[in-house]
Design a protein around this ligand. Sequence first.
Ligand code: 6MZ
Length: 346
Amino acid sequence: MDNDDVFYRELPKVELHAHLNGSVSFQTIEKLISRKPHLNIEHSMTAIGKGQRRTLDECFEVFKVIHKLVDTEEDILMVATDVIREFAADGVKYLELRSTPREEKDTGLTKKNYIETVIKAIQQCKNEGVDIDVRFLVAIDRRNGTEVAMETVKLAEEFMLSSDGLVLGLDLSGDPTVGHGKYLLPALQRAKNCGLKLSLHLSEVPSQLEETDLLLNLPPDRIGHGTFLHPEVGGSQSLVDKVVKNNIPLELCLTSNVKGQTVPCYSKHHFNYWYQLGHPSVICTDDKGVFCTDLSQEYQLAASTFGLSHKAVWKLSQQAIDCIFAPDDVKQQLKQKWKDLHLQVF
Ligand code: 6MZ
């Protein structure tokens, strides 16, 4: 590692947009494959390597393969503990993991078990003294429609009340070309009313202006991607104005968008647009396993592409603290941590 690599690794980081099953590393996939050799899954089917690109559609096929490998409580516990330890090893001090609770008839897995198991993994890592504060966002896969969305919100609500602050909110994700947000509004509204924080994937693909406008009226607490919000790429000034007026932070995932081909190259990534506006923008990984990246690399890419100094990068990672869903006392603790580490690094 050269000095620059060391800086990014040691930079304390906040990860706010990480899908559990998209974050499974090469090593963990190997363990899963050896548990289930009869599936005949090869590693090339679960990740998109350096220089490779896929359409977003193909990316969603990759998740289906991973879901076949992760279908028991035991698998989820291993995957979640591995993912948490890997983020910690990469210098992430605060992580909000998100995942879609799944029910698997063949293994008896229920959605409730699913969430309980992720919580167990978080607690296990905490008990082991892993240096990272982890929270959980329950995800709605938009493909599954109105009823499942409402069911998911009710489940998230239950866990928000019983998980000692570990379950904080809700994510809306899934293939953006499937379904329409208007059918999910009642569920999202209910989530908001009961105190769940909302992070919504918005405008990840073009031509979602109407849906985005509708969902921005909630308003969400954070936006995932927002790739096609601004007028230069077919969005609109009024959408940008809504985001700015409500001061809704964006979760931006450079490699994911380039490899998934919604952004043509790093230099055209919308990070630049929002960063220039001075709008809260948080660098995230999305799916570090599938896209073969980590958060240190994403910060380094943003810096090298857009000419950010180490000082500016530090500020960027520090400002992410204000965008977390955990309460103020957690923000204060993290700010103190950044302060202490700043003295060691600079
Ligand atoms: C939208 C995405 C996504 O929930 O099984 N997911 N949704 N856009 C993306 N951009 C690439 N990347 C991942 O993790 C996998 C699930 O996360 C969502 C999809 O619903 C995917 O099935 P979990 O842990």
